[in-house]
Design a protein around this ligand. Structure first.
Ligand code: AMP
Length: 213
């Protein structure tokens, strides 16, 4: 089962992809997570990606296409994978098409999780994530029992450097200009579905499961 989760930053792609990955036993391939790890580790990719990520712009297509081409060749992707945050430009989508054709693979579902812009800003600027297990929190809607500590694993909650309002608004405008056209790329190919990301998280999850089967 090969899936693509699309949607603007804050729509819930990452959270849902993590849960779907658990349920279906396939890995979540988040280019954002992989790039953040590269920046933290100070690799060459990380050094090249850092400035674009800090400003809310996009990292170059060749970097992210290279990361995904390597990653989908790993053994744990044999049963399938969820692409979360890739492709983000039409050029990336075309590169993915060729990559999949070479490997005789196809995408089973492209699912766009939609959300209102102001809700996205409120969601992103209030969120934090456990550095240990990845569980997500929100300063209003999902507070941890103890400030700064994960309820699940006791890990430390961290806030992403690019989750401030100015950068978020730039990420949203980059999404409209460069990523929204990717939706058309897939709409014409079929197997494209939309899920309303303004609903409760459990409802979004159920809707996704109903599509995936
Ligand atoms: P995300 O965690 O998906 O919100 O991604 C965080 C940041 O990583 C983005 O704002 C971009 O700077 C960069 N990034 C992640 N995925 C991609 C991609 N497919 N293409 C270009 N840049 C990306």
């Amino acid at each position: 089962m090969n899936l693509i989760f699309m949607g603007p930053p804050g729509a819930g792609k990452g959270t849902q992809a993590r849960q779907i990955a658990d349920k279906y036993g396939i890995p979540q391939l988040s280019t954002g997570d992989m790039l953040r790890a590269a920046v933290k580790a100070g690799t060459e990719v990380g050094r090249k990606a850092k400035a674009a990520m800090e400003s809310g712009g996009l990292v170059t297509d060749d970097i992210v296409v290279g990361i995904i081409a390597d990653r989908i060749s790993d053994a744990d992707c044999k049963k399938g994978f969820i692409l979360d945050g890739f492709p983000r430009t039409v050029a990336q989508a075309r590169a993915l098409d060729s990559m999949l054709m070479e490997r005789k693979l196809k995408i089973d579902h492209v699912i766009d999780i939609t959300c209102d812009t102001e809700a996205l800003v409120a969601r992103i600027t209030g969120r934090s994530t456990c550095a240990g297990c990845g569980e997500g929190y929100h300063k209003e809607h999902k507070k941890p029992k103890k400030a700064g500590v994960c309820d699940k694993c006791g890990g430390t909650l961290t806030t992403r450097a690019d989750d401030n309002e100015e950068t978020v608004r730039n990420r949203l405008s980059v999404y409209d200009q460069q990523t929204a056209p990717v939706i058309d790329h897939y709409r014409h190919k079929g197997a494209f579905k939309t899920v309303d990301g303004m609903q409760e998280m459990d409802t979004v999850f159920k809707n996704l499961c109903a599509i995936i089967g």
